[in-house]
Design a protein around this ligand. Structure first.
Ligand SMILES: Cc1cc2nc3c(=O)[nH]c(=O)nc-3n(C[C@H](O)[C@H](O)[C@H](O)COP(=O)(O)OP(=O)(O)OC[C@H]3O[C@@H](n4cnc5c(N)ncnc54)[C@H](O)[C@@H]3O)c2cc1C
Length: 499
């Protein structure tokens, strides 16, 4: 139940990262009559691209697809660094006047839907006063990303407390970290580790990448030569549309072929690595993953920068398990010792759904593990709520743009028809369900049991397939299978959503 006179919005967006700013921009242009606000827990916009400050922070997918469909990425550099992406988000927010809608320092902790009132009551904790404030809204749109902001995944290694040097997690990077002339060990083999190693190599005495097992690595030019040509010879609008489609389809092809012909694709990926390996390096043991391609995210290195620092001797790579931390560094399972002044634990993230907020519907708290996703953005039994969750096998924004378009269509359609509720339905009990995200990466496996399930066919299946989602989400019927629209008993007017 809402406190007396809480502020009401047609739509409340939670989170002012890449997705929240995108959602606000879509709403501004597609639902111009709707009121909305963005509640952001931190004191800055940009989400991931503001939080992460480690050396070399960059995208690992191209900006023609990570950028918004409505505001093309105009630099020739397809793989952009963190500050450039942060700037792009800020510029978008200014252009669409989204910055005026953001309430910083508002951490949303609870949202309760009332069917009688046809609205959400949202509780947010203010970081400046410590008080809890309430808002109400007709549609709730969490754009909270997919991981825990305050608690990165930092496993407790044996003997850690004995280490005399510094241990740092990339998510909590100290801005004043001095590592000139120091010996650095980076624990990990994912996108963050392969970014940090070459970025620290020029100032550190030496950087060692210590991995338990290798990942698939692809080297691509930071500046896409086809993009440079297309931007030069084609009218700008066509150039960006062409580059977005080119990259979306190439990534999709790489994923689909990896799932259908894993042996052939593995050979292709490893051949690509072999071409960049310095003399004396074989694929084994450092570059030959134990799993099939695209069962975990593939790591991208721009212009082979990781291989360059291995070739120059500024960095090296070790594949082994950690036995224990010591005063001087690490003892490995093989018995080898690695001395270090700084150890970076690039061990990953803790996934978190909806930024940790609890959701209740008509007094009943929702356990998301018991729900089934609808079009990869809504959940069975939860009315008037969609989340922005990007692709795991392609750029995040490709899916989020589609999600935002869909939410805007849905809101406009409800207005036109006088509906107040739209509620995804559970598929028939005979439909098999599977985990919401079908990657085998550690960060997924650690928490996937708390996530909703997906069904075996549309609209409950997560296809992770952009062209297919265009048909399902952009072109699909709003009143198709799996969603129920209704009018509140107490409210008869069609323009309740605009109230
Ligand atoms: C290091 C790193 C590199 C990445 N590189 C790529 C890449 O190259 N390509 C790609 O496609 N994806 C990449 N990703 C995934 C990346 O998170 C997305 O690309 C994208 O930035 C997500 O944007 P978002 O706005 O959905 O979420 P986020 O960037 O996570 O922003 C979420 C926002 O919501 C706020 N928030 C969360 N919970 C609450 C709450 N309860 N109340 C109020 N506010 C809340 C947060 O403070 C934050 O500002 C990367 C992720 C990381 C961590």
């Amino acid at each position: 139940m809402a406190a007396p006179n809480p502020e009401h919005f047609d739509v409340l967006i939670v989170g002012a990262g890449l997705s929240g700013v995108g959602a606000g921009s879509h709403l501004t242009t597609r639902c111009p009559g709707k009121s909305f606000a963005i509640l952001e827990a931190r004191d800055a916009m940009g989400g991931t691209w503001d939080l992460f400050r480690y050396p070399g922070i960059r995208s690992d997918s191209d900006m023609f697809t990570l950028g918004y469909s409505f505001r093309p990425w105009k630099e020739a550099k397809a793989i952009a660094d963190g500050p450039a992406i942060r700037e792009y988000i800020h510029e978008t927010a200014a252009e669409y006047r989204i910055d005026e809608k953001i309430r910083y320092g508002h951490r949303v902790v609870r949202a309760e839907w009332s069917s009688d009132e046809s609205q959400w009551t949202v509780d947010a904790e203010r970081s400046d006063t410590g008080e809890t404030v309430q808002f109400t809204c007709s549609f709730l749109f969490p754009c909270t990303g997919y991981y825990h902001y305050d608690e990165p995944y930092a496993p407790a290694f044996e003997g850690m407390e004995r280490f005399d040097g510094q241990v740092i997690h990339p998510q909590l990077w100290p801005e004043d970290l001095e590592y000139d002339g120091k010996r650095v060990v980076v624990i990990g083999s994912g996108a963050t580790a392969v970014t940090i190693v070459p970025a620290m190599a020029d100032r550190a005495e030496h950087v060692t990448m210590l991995q338990r097992s290798p990942s698939y690595i692809v080297s691509l030019p930071a500046e896409d030569p086809i993009a440079k040509l297309a931007i030069r010879v084609l009218p700008k609008r066509f150039a960006y549309a062409f580059l977005r489609w080119k990259n979306a389809l190439l990534t999709q092809a790489s994923f689909q072929l990896s799932r259908r012909a894993p042996k052939a694709m593995r050979a292709l990926f490893l051949k690509g690595v072999e071409r960049h390996l310095p003399p004396g390096f074989g694929l084994d043991p450092h570059f030959s993953p134990r799993y099939g391609p695209w069962t975990q995210r593939v790591c991208l290195v721009p212009d082979g920068d990781l291989f360059d620092v291995l070739a120059s001797g500024e960095a090296s790579i070790v594949t082994d398990d950690i036995e224990t931390f010591t005063e001087k560094g690490l003892t490995l399972a093989s018995g080898a010792e690695l001395e270090a002044d700084v150890i970076i634990t690039a061990t990953g993230l803790n996934m978190q759904l909806l930024g940790g907020l609890t959701v209740a519907v008509d007094g009943e708290e929702i356990d998301f593990a018991g729900t089934v996703g609808y079009k990869g953005m809504m959940f069975s039994g939860i009315p008037n709520l969609a989340i922005a969750l990007g692709y795991t096998n392609a750029s995040w924004t490709l899916k989020c743009d589609l999600t935002c378009e869909y939410v805007c269509r849905l809101i406009n359609h409800m207005d036109e028809q006088g509906y107040t509720h739209c509620t995804p339905q559970r598929p028939d009990a005979s439909m098999e369900t599977s985990p919401f995200i079908d990657l085998t990466s550690g960060y997924v496996l650690r928490s996937i049991d708390q996530f909703p399930k997906q069904g075996s066919r549309a609209p409950w299946r997560m296809h992770q397939n952009y062209p297919r989602d265009i048909l399902l989400i952009r072109r699909g019927d709003l009143e198709g299978e799996g969603i129920e629209f209704s009018r509140a008993r107490t409210v008869q007017t069609p323009d309740r959503l605009a109230a």
